[in-house]
Design a protein around this ligand. Structure first.
Ligand code: AMP
Length: 429
């Protein structure tokens, strides 16, 4: 085979110059072939390049940086003069769940290599983490706040950390982590390999990314802002007050055994879980108000099949990797169109088939329009028998002419924005 003509699909893990144990671990995980993002990113990363990688959720991003990272650490033995609390590589994630999940993915890859991996995130005891960090750490997977806590009490030093991974970088920057990130990055050596992985890359985020990296290679496995091809999508227009009934009907009539449902608010997620339970559907909510223990238990029960419906907010659901999750429901459409991509990225992972359903009420048309603009595609819509939405409420305009509900939504939105803008003006005076 002429390697210059090899396609991504023809690349095998055996083609990468990896340590035998690492190669063995990859095989033990059942990874037969690199995913497209792995095929593209791993060769650059093995050569030490910085990378800006746009890959949607579920494409194998973690192993795409994990494999070269483990290889690099195995190639460079710990120096004798290393500080007792030195961290050699840092993976920063925006949420606790993602930190735990990245840790869970990296552990089996590093099995029997002697590398020590530690996860450190808020909501759990700092003492256990402190103990784990003693004697230095090869890979620290952390959320920004807890990382700074450890840094503050000198549990770690980042002065010898030559590898930095920002996972779900767009979200991290978006969630207001920039001040924390700046503080962390200031403590890292300038000579380092920086890897940014993200499902979406807006120009604003890209500009920031370039400030943190040196001549990064840019890889993009799917067009920007796209959803996995294996996910079938459907929008069901329905009256707001009948959404819960429709959801219960869909779960029951289609015999969905494991469904992840997104709501916009924490209160909404709790209320919906209660309502579904009344319908005899075992449901549990997962949101930022719950303790880390409760969130983990909900997730474990969902993964093991004890719980049929997991009701989550966007933040709580970041990074959930549930094998063979076939069903995602947008009970409410997200305010931010990008969140739609993140949400439905929970299904159709690693090439599996998935189904993403959105229940859309009249007042959410403008949110669907934003999603369709971002995807540059129309999503299929279907009325479900017995749940047809009532006609859009006609709105009278000033001249007495009737406006369609859709343009009325837009007008309402504009009015809202105007109020916000005016409020801002008053404040700053
Ligand atoms: P990630 O995008 O890192 O969250 O990965 C999504 C899922 O794909 C995880 O469950 C991984 O274990 C799995 N995965 C990663 N790489 C491969 C591969 N080369 N072959 C099959 N599955 C993979």
């Amino acid at each position: 085979m002429n390697p210059t003509h090899a396609t991504d699909n023809e690349i095998r893990f055996e083609d990468f110059p990896l340590d035998d144990k690492l190669q063995h671990n990859v095989a033990s995980l059942g990874y037969q072939q690199p995913t497209p993002i792995q095929a593209q990113a791993i060769p650059h990363l093995l050569q030490g390049s910085d990378i800006l990688a746009g890959a949607q959720t579920g494409t194998g991003k973690t192993a795409a940086f994990g494999i070269p990272l483990i290889q690099a650490l195995l190639d460079t033995p710990v120096s004798e003069s290393a500080a007792h609390n030195a961290v050699r590589a840092l993976v920063i994630t925006p949420t606790r769940e993602l930190a735990q999940q990245v840790f869970d993915n990296l552990e089996p890859l590093a099995k029997d290599t002697g590398l020590k991996i530690v996860a450190a995130y808020g909501g759990t005891s700092i003492n256990v983490q402190t103990k784990n960090l003693k004697g230095g750490t090869d890979i620290l997977v952390a959320t920004p706040g807890r990382l700074l806590d450890h840094q503050h009490v000198r549990n770690i030093t980042l002065a010898e950390c030559h590898y930095l991974v920002l996972d779900e970088a767009d979200r991290m920057l978006d969630m207001g982590f920039m001040p924390d990130l700046n503080r962390i990055i200031k403590r890292l050596p300038r000579e380092r390999q920086t890897m940014m992985f993200s499902a979406t890359f807006e120009t604003r985020i890209k500009t920031l990314a370039y400030r943190l990296m040196q001549d990064p290679v840019e890889v993009q496995v799917t067009p920007e802002n796209s959803t996995a091809e294996t996910v079938k999508q459907m929008v069901y227009p329905v009256d707001k007050k009948r959404k819960h009934e429709l959801l219960a009907y869909l779960i029951g009539s289609r015999n969905w055994q494991q469904v992840l449902v997104f709501t916009k608010t924490k209160q909404g997620s709790d209320a919906l879980a209660k309502e579904l339970k009344l319908d005899g559907i075992n449901a549990v909510s997962i949101n930022g108000d719950k303790s880390q223990g409760a969130r983990q238990k909900a997730l474990d029960d969902f993964k093991s099949g004890k719980v049929r419906a997991l009701i989550a907010t966007d933040v709580a659901a970041r990074g959930l990797d549930i094998q063979q999750l076939e069903q995602v429901v947008n009970y409410e459409l997200p305010y931010k169109a990008e969140d739609y991509i993140h949400r439905i990225g929970r299904t159709g992972r690693a090439g599996r088939a998935g189904f993403a359903v959105s229940l859309m009420s009249h007042d959410e048309h403008y949110l669907l329009e934003a999603i369709e603009r971002l995807l540059d595609a129309r999503l299929p819509q279907e009325w479900l028998e017995g749940f047809e939405p009532s006609p859009e409420p006609p709105v009278e305009n000033e001249s007495g002419r009737r406006k369609s509900g859709r343009s009325a939504d837009k007008r309402k939105m504009k009015a809202k924005l105007k109020i916000h803008a005016n409020r801002g003006k008053h404040k700053s005076r």
